[in-house]
Unconditional design. Sequence first.
Length: 446
Amino acid sequence: MQGFSLRDNFAHCVVFVLTGVFAAEDNFGSSSCPCIEWADLGNYVENGVLVYRPVGSLLSYDYPVNYGNIMCKAHDLDLPPLCNWGSSDNPQWCANEWCYVDSSNCDKPMSKSRFFPNVDDLYYSYATCAGESGSSNQFDLWTLAGTDGTSELLDLVQGYLKASRMQIEEAYEQITDWSAISDCGFSKTCPCLACTDNQNWKTAIDLSDVGVWLRSDSDIVACLSHAISTTYLKVAAKESDVAGSKVGFQYFADQLTGSYVQWPNTQWCPVADYDPRFRPWYAAASTGPKDVVIVADVSGSMGKNGRSGLAKAATKAILDTLTWKDFATIILFDSSVMSTFSQTLVSVTEAQRNIMQNWVDGKSWENGGTDFRDAFFQDNEDGHGAFTIIRNSVAAGQTSMCQKVIMFLTDGTSEFDKSDFENAKQLAHQYDVVIFSYAIGDGADR
């Protein structure tokens, strides 16, 4: 899963081929950040073409031998796999000019190239090719042109996201030799060796690179990060500035492993149990806005083997994944509805989430018997079950107007016959509800 926020190689023969063909209007970059000839480009030229092979993939692409070299040009335009969709579908950076630069002789925004395997000292810049504007940032260009970019912003961001998604999905399909994952080099967030303190970000960052945090040494994301960084760094090189005054993140979390990739690289060492899959941005991107009713068993048997603690922790973990776009409430039940956080769903703002978690901590989680029926269907002055709250919330407009979910946590069984099942099935269909049930703790009744 990825997130995005946006704010406020050369054989010596190439020199011969290019000699004498430059026109007066050719752009060789800013004098303070000139384009360079990268001598090692020739190592990737085969039969007169530059061969691009994504890390871990058997698939290759043929590129021009002067790709990125010596002069400003829209080097990516019409090239696969991301800039050959047609001009209206290509990400914005496909049509922008750029070139390779010397990181020690450049005062413009630049990014580290992850294009070639085992190359860690090659940089490129869009800003050096931006001409009089001095900036490749799209907001700056809209301002210079006197254009209100509000209507174009969505298309811009969607293009960037589409490119990232396509690159990641293709990498998953093409990376075939998982045993070679340990050979894929990457930059770590912990420690971030090239990070320096940045006043705007209030932490140590490296704007030119992407950082990776792995949950295990054999993680597939080590190789996948090269595909991810290819598009992340393109966006960063085009939209950021040297000072990092435009604060924004691009990030990805892998569903299989829980590993994490982020631009910019940041000095960041998460706590031992950190898992990005439980972060609100990941859950929101995976599921979209939703209505959630958490129904937790607090009967006496929940006192066995620490089950009540597990149920409480699970309830709070669910709340941690929700955002202001989600609407939720909590029902605690034993032989009937014992306690309800609210009679209709509420928007889970950060402040509301804190209130809900404090409410969870203040309740008793080990009480009487167990009755599933009331947890779902109760509708009287003593309390409301899950379907009653969903019905009332829809009527009151207290809803995300999207998918509805009942998260049912219990450690045991209860009387719930065929007619009850049919009733739940009919109501779930009526209100478009998905019910997830979870058995809590070792030895729970099945």
